[in-house]
Design a protein around this ligand. Structure first.
Ligand code: IPM
Ligand code: MN
Length: 361
């Protein structure tokens, strides 16, 4: 019997359902071709449900999610919901509860995709950021006193323990080893730790020592580099070709991957994976719910299709994910732009063209 993968789908808000639909279309084509089956189960978590019932994501849903092979998320967010509620109540809750401790964000400029960087092309922008995804400032340690007075104090702590740092670094070193074996152009570049150890003398020191120790003891053949996060921002723009695998803590990773998304052509093409290498992962386009484009069939589904491709790769369907990437590249060559409303095609057409190419691959 054909291998079956059970996938939990949260289409979410705004344009989320439209891009998820195209992602599913493409991986269904890949499954038909690759001889495996995909079973999708939809969940309606998101702003609409919250506004109706006051519920973000019950604990019982987490228990449900554990039974799936993987998860696919569209976008969460709505102008009428106060910032923070859906983010912590849904997205961060899933990341933490399912221990998705890696946030994998490829920064890859494809041919014919426009980058705002002058004189940079696909040969310069092809790296991945590994963002630690369960620790740091995101843990919510801290508090506030004397709230509302002129003496108000607020703290928000960056919390890291050695195990959390080590497991993230391990993933990064292993990925670097794989990329080096794949292509000498990657092997020529270092693995880069990004932090701010000149100021964050405790957390930065923990990350730096752990990185140096693991690198020297377990991966002596891999070149190591270190950048302060402010300088890394500068290099992402000035010399993105220096990077191959960059590993960093949670908040820094959040910030630099938005910059990464822009240099690879914008949120229309940026995908990410929230990965628990031993458990249930969740893949998502990096863009938000883009409410102003919702329901118009003009949003770019490329990021969602890229996320779906990463999902198949993580499931071990490497050949299928490669076929999807090849099809995405062909279609990107035909598109006028990767920006919503300016693609020269509708959302559905982009998905159709990629699915067709995958079917023919
Ligand atoms: C991201 C987002 C989230 C984050 C928000 C929505 C909580 O910006 O996935 O990068 O900060 O991690
Ligand atoms: Mn972010």
């Amino acid at each position: 019997m054909a291998k079956t993968y059970n996938i939990a789908v949260i289409p979410g808000d705004g344009t989320g359902p439209e891009v998820v639909r195209e992602g599913i279309k493409v991986i269904n084509a890949a499954a038909a071709k690759g001889g495996f089956r995909l079973e999708f189960t939809e969940f309606d978590f998101g702003a609409a449900r919250y506004l109706k019932t006051g519920e973000t994501l019950p604990d019982s849903a987490i228990e449900e999610f554990r039974k799936f092979d993987t998860m696919f998320l569209g976008a969460i967010g709505h102008p009428e919901v106060k910032p923070g509620i859906l983010e912590t109540g849904i997205l961060l809750k899933i990341r933490f509860a399912l221990d998705q401790y890696i946030n994998l964000r490829p920064v890859k400029l494809y041919p014919n995709v426009e980058t705002p960087l002058k004189d940079k092309g696909p040969e310069h922008i092809d790296f991945v950021v590994i963002r630690e995804n369960t620790g740091g400032i995101y843990t919510g340690h801290g508090g506030a006193t004397r709230i509302g007075t002129s003496e108000e104090i607020a703290t928000q702590l960056m919390v890291y323990d050695r195990r959390t740092v080590d497991r993230c670094l391990k993933y990064a070193f292993e990925l670097k080893k794989k990329r080096n074996a794949k292509d000498p152009k990657y092997a020529a570049k270092p693995i880069t730790l990004i932090h701010k150890r000149n100021v964050l003398t405790y957390c930065g020191d923990l990350w730096y020592r752990a990185f140096e120790e693991m690198g020297a003891e377990q991966y002596p053949e891999l070149k190591r580099d270190y950048n302060h996060v402010d300088a890394a921002n500068m290099w992402f723009v000035k010399n993105p070709e220096w990077f191959d695998v960059a590993v960093t803590e949670n908040l820094f990773g959040d910030i630099i991957t938005d910059l990464g998304a822009m240099i690879q052509g914008g949120l229309g093409v940026a995908s990410g994976g929230n990965i628990n290498p031993e458990g249930v992962s969740m893949f998502e386009p990096m863009g938000g719910s883009a409410p102003k484009y919702a329901g118009q069939n003009v949003i770019n589904p490329m990021a969602a299709i890229g996320a779906a491709m990463m999902m198949l790769d993580a499931l071990g369907e490497t050949k299928s994910s490669q076929a999807i990437e090849a099809a995405m590249i062909e279609v990107m060559k035909k598109m006028k732009s990767q920006a919503a409303g300016r693609m020269g095609y509708s959302t559905t057409e982009v998905g159709d063209m990629i699915a067709e190419l995958v079917a023919k691959s």
